[in-house]
Write a protein that binds this ligand. Structure first.
Ligand SMILES: [Zn+2]
Ligand SMILES: [Zn+2]
Length: 410
């Protein structure tokens, strides 16, 4: 293996600029830029890895220069900084990351250099370019490089004929909880079954199965304030269209390609809640990307309130039998569920059942059950597919008239 001095001596024959020379020693020394390493490597005859320190930087070390490898890209840093500033101009951002597509000839020349002299201590030219441009942008716009989840990822395409900046704008995520007070709207927009969203007579040319949804009641002011191109709604599960939700269901509203990020969540919450009666939202805050998966995979236990119609009236004492619902229930995939879903038996736990006779052939149930329990089928038995069931235990047909989710475990 070559010593630092030996490698430097060989590299000097390549006629490299300070950036490209210094980059071959990028892993040596701290707090230096490669052009400073290059200048040090040129200056100190008996070069050793301990020599890459600030005190050794020659006074005339400077950014820029040109050689066979970089072909002068470091002379263009001001121009690229200006391109980036223009590209960021419309966007309200506090963090960013810069990616580089260097000119093809530069990549080839760099690979040849590595083949000739080895890759020890080096870094790729695109790493150097993105760091230099990142620092300039930080100073220029008072924004911060963020490697994990930047507001904007900017790719500077330096290839011949491209010479442009491409932006990938990360979504702005808002966490919240909602209650749904309508028995007529779904959680998200449904396409009309007849025309699949194109618009037809049946849907009054709206393309929609329902005139509105939880998502559509919530999102408009958020889209308006952020100038996002669209919003995506990620719910922590969903209730049936005809079920109310009073248990504050978690959701993340994803605002896609927003121009503004500095929005007043409290104000928007109030606006949503005052503008309509179908939905109420609570506890808004900004969210991280992984919270979408988190709330989707939570499988929260829930408590339901169901108004149940019995075909035949059942005496108060007989209702005691409902205690037997507590424990494990077996549910074959319900008839009403999408036929494409696998027909299988699921076992779910019912934690508690409370009942009250509210009229002739009418009871109200409060059921606490494991995530994924089908409550309508727990009542009706779904032709024997759910066991035990209210209908089975009472020996009469039973049907949920209205259903509310009243508690969701968090
Ligand atoms: Zn160079
Ligand atoms: Zn239609």
């Amino acid at each position: 293996m070559l010593t630092v001095k030996e490698k430097r001596d060989r590299l000097l024959e390549e006629d490299l600029c300070d950036h490209c020379l210094g980059r071959q020693f990028a892993k040596l020394g701290h707090g230096l830029e490669n052009y400073e390493r290059g200048a040090i490597a040129r200056e100190i005859e008996d070069l050793d890895e301990d020599d890459f320190v600030r005190e050794n930087i020659p006074e005339d070390a400077e950014v820029g220069g040109e050689c066979e490898v970089c072909q002068g890209v470091f002379e263009e840093l001001d121009r690229y900084t200006e391109m980036l500033t223009n590209a960021f101009d419309r966007h309200d951002l506090s963090t960013f990351l810069i990616g580089i597509r260097p000119p093809e000839e530069v990549v080839e020349a760099e690979e040849e250099l590595w083949e000739e002299h080895g890759i020890e201590w080096t870094e790729p030219i695109k790493t150097e370019l993105s760091r230099l441009l990142g620092k300039r942008m930080e100073a220029e716009l008072d924004i911060k490089v963020d490697f994990k989840r930047p507001d904007i990822m900017a790719v500077v395409d330096m290839r011949e004929g491209k010479d442009r900046v491409e932006l990938q704008v990360n979504s702005l995520l808002v966490y919240g909880q909602y209650n749904k007070y309508s028995r007529e709207i779904p959680q998200t927009e449904w396409h009309c079954r007849n025309c699949r969203g194109n618009g037809c007579e049946e849907c009054d040319w709206t393309g929609k199965q329902y005139p509105t949804s939880v998502q559509e009641e919530i999102q408009p002011p958020f889209i308006r304030e952020t100038n996002a191109i669209e919003a995506k709604f990620h719910g922590g599960g969903r209730e049936d269209v005809d079920a109310r939700c009073l248990g504050k269901r978690e959701f993340v509203l994803e605002l896609v390609e927003p121009l503004e990020r500095d929005i007043d969540l409290e104000e928007l919450q109030e606006e949503v809640n005052e503008s309509q009666d179908n939905v109420e939202i609570f506890n808004l805050r900004f969210a991280e990307k992984d919270e979408i998966e988190d709330i989707k995979q939570k499988h929260a236990d829930k408590t339901y309130r169901a108004k149940v119609k019995l075909e035949e009236d059942v005496a108060e004492e007989e209702l005691e039998k409902l205690e037997e619902l507590v424990g494990e229930v077996e549910q074959r995939t319900p008839h009403r569920v999408d036929q494409r879903r696998a027909d299988k038996v699921r076992r779910r736990e019912v934690y508690s059942v409370d009942w009250e006779k509210t009229g002739e052939g009418e009871i109200e149930l409060e059921v606490a059950a494991e995530a994924g329990t089908y409550i309508k089928e727990l009542v009706s038995s779904d032709e024997g597919r759910t066991e035990p069931s209210v209908a089975g235990l009472l020996g009469t047909e039973a049907e949920v008239e209205t259903l509310d989710v009243i508690e969701i475990e968090k």
